[in-house]
Ligand binder design. Sequence first.
Ligand SMILES: [Fe+2]
Length: 312
Amino acid sequence: MATPPAASTDFASLPEVDTAVFTAPLKRPAHVGEDWLEPAQTQYTAEDDRIWDDLFDRQMSVLPGRVCTPFLEGLDRLSLGNGGVPSFERLSRELGALTGWSVVPVPMLIPDHVFFWHLANRRFPAGNFIRTRETFDYIQEPDVFHDVFGHVPMLTDPVFADYMQEYGRAGWKAMRYNRLKALGALYWYTVEFGLMMENGEPRIYGAGISSGPTEAIFALEAESPNRIMLNVDRVMRTDYVIDDLQPTYFVIESFEDLYHQTVERDFDRLYRSLGPSFTYANSAVIDVDDVLHRGTQEYFLRGGRGSSAKPV
Ligand SMILES: [Fe+2]
């Protein structure tokens, strides 16, 4: 691959995306501008608030002892269990004082380049809507519960907060090399489905795990999935599942370890060596892996979601 022109380091302006870059086409609703921000957070109904409270209680019945300490501290510091969907304005004020982040409402999944731009400027885009009773157990599109309960507590940790900003900045380079898929895998296996060692045991920090009751147990306790120490280069070459539990979880030593592995990696060199598709299957264990647990993959071999396979 020829070296593309240098990426802009003007992270304050929304990046332009070349039409050749492989990215999901999303149709922008008429009421939002190029920043994809809703004019205001939704006025939630009493039933919406009850759904938040019930989801909160359900997660808190499984997370203590499984989720990492910074998550529980963040939940507490931001009073996310005070009843009802939290106000983004209040969260932004309190997070702003802690780590300089804010929470901004978006109507749906937003395009990669807009997402990178918000993260690079310490704005976390959170889905405005909340799931219904009918979709209480599983929704594919992230709602306010996933985004605020799962992601926002982690933004109170100063090192993780810096990692998220650096991730956003890394988007500029990934777009320049047309390697959004590889950078997306890094987000998936860290911010969404990451585990971290704490007192010698893996604990949850990924929002995709902490915001769902089944995966919180499956990720840590099931025989089925692999649990492998994170190597950034390897992860960026690894395919992932978007609509079921993960066949593999990657484990970090600490947020400092994650930050340094990512920020100190020369992504220019990495992107030049990466092809447009993934090298490793999502269930693969390769000879250089530092394996904590080699999974049986039983859940997936029995058919995964929609089959009678039991996760745990
Ligand atoms: Fe998420």
